[in-house]
Design a protein around this ligand. Structure first.
Ligand code: PMT
Length: 217
């Protein structure tokens, strides 16, 4: 029997992008494939956790032995995660949630007009911020996808959002970050630990991440 240090623990992982509609056919989204979040969820399952995966729209197969909750928008992800939060022991937020959505969503298809088009956007609610504020027993892990000074912004995000740890993903480098099968990240903890996980498959990154988190919890 495999080593199961997360046995008896409830783990919630978010993965994938969100989609914010403009009209009946157009939308805003990002390049997240869900691979990183799914690997983290599957690794937690293999370590014995009872796992809930809140997933934006992705083309990955549903992993067995995991409760998958499909969502589309940032608002739906917010509601689903907040609703399940109280019973969780650990939350890992690998999803790439939209920071903005159109102020108005048009029900039908918008007609083309001559000249440029402006779409007014407003901020979505910050899920991680809300989780940090409502934290009771949960060990809360955020992600930071950054291009400039990743560690500086990552550390700042961890403090501002009351996180226990943050996974900093420098997305300016090849073969890591969005869509790729591989990744390389830095893990920072509130106890000021700093670990670098070098470039390897997202599955291997997920395993190393759990071994670091398990030492910290
Ligand atoms: O899905 P893949 O193709 O495998 O790619 C993996 C990844 C690059 C998406 C992943 O490794 C990653 O970095 N995820 C976080 C992406 C992101 O949106 O980062 P951010 O710095 O914009 O957001 C910071 C944190 O706040 C994230 O934990 C995010 O889930 C959270 N957030 C953001 C906005 C919002 N409204 N609510 C949130 O909770």
């Amino acid at each position: 029997r495999q080593y199961q240090p997360l046995s008896g623990k409830r783990v919630l992982v978010t993965a994938g992008p969100t989609i914010e509609s403009i009209d009946a056919v157009r939308y805003f989204t990002n390049h997240s494939s869900g691979k990183m979040g799914y690997a983290i969820a599957e690794s937690a399952r293999d370590l014995g956790a009872s796992v809930t995966l809140v997933s934006g729209p992705v083309t990955l197969e549903k992993p067995h032995g995991i409760t998958v909750k499909d969502v589309t928008t940032a608002e739906e992800m917010y509601n689903t995660v907040l609703n399940d939060y109280d019973e969780q022991d650990i939350v890992v937020k690998a999803a790439a949630v939209a920071d903005y959505k159109p102020v108005e969503q048009v029900e039908n298809k918008m007609k083309k007009q001559s000249g440029p088009l402006s779409i007014e956007m407003k901020r979505t609610r910050d899920i991680l911020q809300a989780l940090g504020e409502r934290k009771t027993k949960q060990y809360l892990v955020g992600f930071a996808a950054e291009t400039d000074e990743p560690l500086v912004y990552g550390r700042d995000k961890m403090a501002r959002k009351h996180l226990d740890a943050i996974v900093v993903n420098d997305i300016s480098r090849d073969e890591q970050g969005f869509k790729t099968d591989t990744n390389a990240v830095d893990v920072l903890t509130a106890q000021e630990r700093h670990e670098t996980i070098p470039l390897q498959s997202k599955e291997a990154v997920a395993k190393q991440l759990w071994s670091i988190l398990l030492e910290e919890m």
